[in-house]
Design a protein around this ligand. Sequence first.
Ligand code: NAP
Length: 325
Amino acid sequence: MPRTTVAVLGMGTMGDPIARNLVRTGFVVRVWNRTREKAEPLARMGAVVADTPAEAADGAHFVVTMLADLDAVLETMEGEHGALGSMDPDAIWLQLSTVGVDGAAWLGQLAGEHGVAYVDAPVLGTREPAEKGELVILAAGPDELRTWCAPVFDAIGKETHWLGAAGHGSRMKMVVNMWLLALTEAAAESVALAEALGVDPREFLEIMRGSPTDAPYLHIKGEAILDRNLEPSFKLRLAAKDARLVLDAAGRTGIEPRLLRATRDSFLRAIALGHGDDDMAATYFATAKDDYRSTRATSGWPSSAPMTRSTDPSGSGSTGSSPSR
Ligand code: NAP
């Protein structure tokens, strides 16, 4: 019998577009979110908005969790009116949230205790790929579930990598996050350094374009910083959570990822400055000189750059425009 009903738990930045793509592909979709109002727009597309995770999961062939962190997944799956209590014996739990190595193992054990099939399937890609159905899925779980899961993963992603036993998806996610969190920090600090040295950061982006050390992420995050377009694709506070998960995973192996530790410190500093709900590119504010910390976009370089006498690298004594904070 075809498996056509999917419960999506969590209507955040990622859960919302995932649910929309499942509706568009023809699945019967039930949605639930802790803050119900965020789920309600999905009703206009034909999804059913459930009052509890248990109600959403009841009779569903798949239960997708796309929630902030391990605590949120535990609360949603095994808390009061949790989904695990109402899942059919042949339903499959697709766990997409980033919960780290220990978290994935814990959830696998929980699924086993409830006799529920579990696929550890964290994703790569932020809001825009999620909207376009172009996520990359790092799936791990029993081989016999692959065929069943394929239509769901095809609806939300452009490729699925099956990586072995449950837990290996989350392991690979840690490796990928090690790379991309450090890359984001490097982009942010390079922009901050360009500003501090009095060279045009947009010129820096142009010089890098197409070079062997270029990366699309440098332009995405670099331009977001310069435009002060910090609407979150991935919230800085979740990036800090992910950095901690990587450090925990590495710590278990005896590896000390010094670069990532410094990156996390920077994330925490920017969060303390009030940027936790901004995009992770806002880690820039941890390094930027005070004169550049305005959250308003600078409209050009260098004429309207917020340069003060004390920071004028030309030594000309020109005050330029005054800093706006
Ligand atoms: P988000 O926009 O912050 O959404 C978080 C979701 O979790 C919301 O639905 C929120 O509900 C829910 N939630 C938080 N705490 C909860 C709790 N205690 N009980 C029940 N629900 C709770 O996050 P996101 O960007 O969609 O990310 C979701 C997951 O995907 C995270 O694990 C993240 O690390 C991972 N991820 C994100 C991206 C990305 O680029 N955004 C990419 C790959 C992976 P409310 O609406 O009620 O707050």
